[in-house]
Design a protein around this ligand. Structure first.
Ligand code: CA2
Length: 141
């Protein structure tokens, strides 16, 4: 089984500011944690992070017929991107939406998630552990 982990804009800045919301860990720390989890589950994992909406859409399209499950934190594009929603629908790959914080308890504009409609589950407010839970969901499916 091959899982693609996609992170959206500014997630490459984790650990630099707002540790009270997102914790102190960096993207590198997160990817290390996920790699260890992948080893323990016996699955292959690939990582992708971009600050660009089109690049995220391209990556999702490239996964078509190559990837068995997607874990995605679209970051701010969660709240704006119909293009990312459509890409996930188009490839038909089981996808889990993850958020480090719980956007539903923050500003009003973070309460909308376009991608949620195309996802088999959403894990939010559990910090980096949410990505590991998302992998369990995909593997047990
Ligand atoms: O809680 C999450 O995982 C989010 O997807 C993170 C996004 C935010 O726009 C979503 O509403 C919720 C932000 C990604 C990282 O942004 C940073 C902000 C300051 C310092 C470092 C990263």
């Amino acid at each position: 089984m091959k899982i693609l982990v996609i992170n959206g804009p500014n997630i490459n800045m984790l650990g630099i500011r707002e540790p009270e919301i997102y914790g102190k860990g960096t993207l590198r720390d997160l990817e290390k944690m996920i790699s260890e989890k992948a080893d323990s589950l016996g699955v292959e994992v690939e990582f992708f992070q971009s600050n660009h909406e089109g690049a995220l859409v391209d990556k999702i399209q490239e996964a078509y017929q190559k990837i068995d499950g997607i874990v995605i934190n679209p970051a701010a594009y969660t709240h704006t991107s119909v293009a990312i929603l459509d890409a996930v629908k188009a490839v038909g790959i089981p996808t889990v939406e993850v958020h480090i914080s719980d956007p539903d308890t923050r500003e009003e504009f973070r309460k909308i998630s376009y991608i949620r409609k195309a996802c088999i589950a959403t894990v939010k407010g559990k910090g980096f552990a949410g990505y590991l839970e998302a992998m369990d969901i995909l593997v047990s499916r």
